[in-house]
Design a protein around this ligand. Structure first.
Ligand code: NAD
Length: 264
């Protein structure tokens, strides 16, 4: 592999990796020779790592159960990666939730608090403790999962969209703060991805429109120029590029990974 693009032997920490985009990201990174530590609030993360390890027996990573909204736990988990594997090259702050879609006037305070705690504060804490390690190393790449919904407002998703808009400006601020240390910070903005989180959204949209789940999926697929949903491996390609020498001049960007769904 050309050194300019080579990422093998790097160490990555991926949150929200028991399923969905995070699981696909971690699997793809591992398949390219990156040691992956994966974290999730669901104990299923342990089985997700077993699957990675079965396909990549030399992988030195492991799995941790972690609630990213708990600052002390995030600090311990990030420091643990460096203690056990000697460095942290790639931090993928991906864990997130979507609350039941509701108009602003119907949204409960407890739901606003939880979506901000996981999606905004969780990513903030991941950035904070990864930054402290990468400043010491004078190298690294931080990639946050943003969203199409954080760029343009959508009915029913005000709290979720605000949490992702916060991730976008956090990404740009941190990119400027970490530039002197040779660390790049970017956000990937998926559009519509084939995950459990998104299927819950499709179900609710189908109910509102009085159509079936399959009909609602077809409406969505017709709106995506590339004609398919997104997967973790679509994000993984960008993550590996950003973490390699070939992507090292890219920082503070909100990169759409959305099949052409939107150009904002
Ligand atoms: N699916 C989409 O269409 C879509 C679109 C745009 C952005 N996103 C974003 O992509 C990311 C991944 O979403 P997904 O679609 O794979 O959803 P998902 O629900 O399939 O996976 C999210 C993962 O995050 C974990 N998680 C939730 N709360 C957590 C917490 N407090 N601490 C640690 N882990 C936690 C979940 O257990 C789950 O494994 C999220 O940040 C989401 O907002 C998804």
């Amino acid at each position: 592999m050309n050194k300019f693009r080579d990422v093998s032997g790097k160490v990555a920490f991926v949150t929200g990796a028991s399923r969905g985009l995070g699981q696909g990201i971690a699997q793809t990174l591992a398949d390219d020779g990156i040691h992956v530590v994966i974290a999730d609030i669901r104990p299923e993360v342990m089985a997700a790592f077993e699957e990675i390890k079965s396909k990549n027996p030399d992988n030195k990573g492991y799995a941790v159960i972690l609630d990213v909204s708990d600052e002390a736990a995030v600090k311990a988990a990030v420091e643990g990666v460096v203690e056990k594997l000697g460095k942290l090259d790639i931090m993928v702050n991906n864990a997130g939730i979507h609350i039941t879609p509701s108009n602003v006037w119907e949204t409960q305070e407890k739901d606003i608090d939880r979506v901000l705690a996981v999606n905004f504060k969780g990513i903030f804490f991941g950035c904070k403790y990864a930054a402290l390690e990468m400043i010491k190393q004078k190298s690294g790449s931080i990639v946050n999962t943003g969203s199409f919904f954080g760029k343009v407002g959508h009915p029913g998703s005000a709290a979720y969209g605000a949490s992702k808009a916060g991730v976008h400006t956090l990404t740009q601020s941190l990119a400027m703060e970490l530039a002197p240390y040779g660390v790049n910070v970017n956000a990937l903005c998926p559009g519509l991805a084939a995950t459990d989180m998104h299927w819950a959204f499709v179900e609710s949209d189908a109910r509102d429109r009085g159509i079936t789940f399959e009909e609602m999926k077809q409406v969505e697929l017709d709106s995506i120029p590339l004609g398919r949903y997104g997967y973790g491996y679509d994000l993984a390609g960008a993550i590996m590029w950003l973490a390699s020498e070939s992507g090292s001049y890219v920082t503070g960007q909100l990169i759409n990974i959305n099949g052409g769904l939107d150009f904002s």
